[in-house]
Design a protein around this ligand. Structure first.
Ligand code: CO
Ligand code: CO
Ligand code: CO
Length: 314
């Protein structure tokens, strides 16, 4: 990593974005994210991709300012209207976030890829990182889990319209309100939940913070159709890999079923924020999230531990 005292957040703490201090009042936050389509509808894919890219800005406690498109597109095999729709979805979501879409770059590619590089601003004293969780903090999650399972079911044509809508609406939802509540309640640490699932991102947070954690299965919100689909075996390969990767770091109550373990490891696209909130502020933060019509579920707590272990209880 570059040694520059103004680089407040680099690549050493599994953080969501880089933060560079310009002066006492202002730091810039930069992030980039892109992927292949998670849904067939190009406009919806654009919405989801932009919401996901913005999420890394929100997770740092910053506000988005500028975004640039990154596009790979098979110009010879897909109609150009598909690309237009993807970009329209991205542009609409950036606008909803109050940021500016200021250009981008497209290359010819075998399969469509879309993403955005986003720049945000934050007061350098108010940067929220992945490190900083303290024993006694409550863990709050702002979106239910299960979109990886549902998108797997969509690809297998096993999801009904209601499941599709639930997953798509959730993935396209900005984490802006969750981030605002977070900054008002002095959280110690935050990350957004994406490909490593709840367990993977929690593991990064407690590793960076030098703590352990205990979460309660029955308090963790899951999209209604996801468990039923998971029971049918519609589970993305990433969920198995995430569980296997964490291995010995996970300690399960003995009556927890395999399907529930996989749900907690389900890779999310544009998932919610996971916050470590000082214990005495947790109820107020959860209530403020619910008042902002965001999930405010207290799912567990940060514990003192030599090892970054995750205990999962009922
Ligand atoms: Co992230
Ligand atoms: Co990211
Ligand atoms: Co160019």
């Amino acid at each position: 990593m570059a040694e520059d005292p103004n680089l407040l957040v680099g690549s050493s703490t599994y953080d969501d974005a880089a933060v560079y201090r310009l002066n006492d009042e202002t730091a810039i936050v930069q992030t980039v994210d892109y992927f292949t389509p998670v849904v067939d509808d190009p406009y919806t894919f654009g919405l989801i991709t932009a919401a996901n890219a913005l999420s890394d800005i929100y997770a740092m406690g910053a506000r988005p300012l500028l975004a640039l498109n990154i596009v790979g597109f098979p110009c010879k095999t897909l109609p150009l209207e598909v690309l237009t729709e993807i970009l329209k979805g991205g542009a609409d979501k950036i606008k909803e976030a109050g940021a500016l879409l200021a250009g981008g770059h497209t290359i010819d590619d075998n399969e469509p890829k879309y993403g955005l590089a986003v720049t945000g601003l934050v007061n350098p004293n108010r940067v929220v990182t992945n490190a900083g969780a303290e024993p006694g903090d409550a863990l709050i999650l702002t979106k239910p889990l299960g979109v990886g399972i549902i998108t797997t079911a969509i690809k297998g044509e096993m999801a009904d319209e209601a499941a599709y809508r639930a997953a798509v609406d959730l993935m396209a939802a900005l984490n802006d309100r969750a981030a605002r509540v977070m900054s008002e309640h002095g959280v110690h640490a935050c990350t957004d939940i994406t490909g490593f699932g709840l367990l993977g991102h929690l593991s990064e947070m407690i590793t960076a913070g030098g703590t352990g954690s205990r979460i309660f299965l029955d308090q963790i919100p899951v999209l209604a159709p996801a468990r039923r689909l998971a029971e049918m075996g519609l589970i993305p390969g990433g969920a198995y890999r995430n569980l296997q990767y964490l291995g010995e770091k996970l300690h399960w109550d003995k009556d927890i079923e395999e399907v529930d373990k996989l749900i907690l490891a389900d890779p999310q696209t544009s998932g919610g924020l996971l916050m470590a909130v000082p214990g005495e502020k947790a109820e107020a933060a959860a209530a403020a999230l619910r008042a902002a019509e965001v999930n405010g579920d207290i799912i567990g707590e940060v514990t003192a531990s030599e090892e970054p272990l995750i205990y999962v209880a009922r």
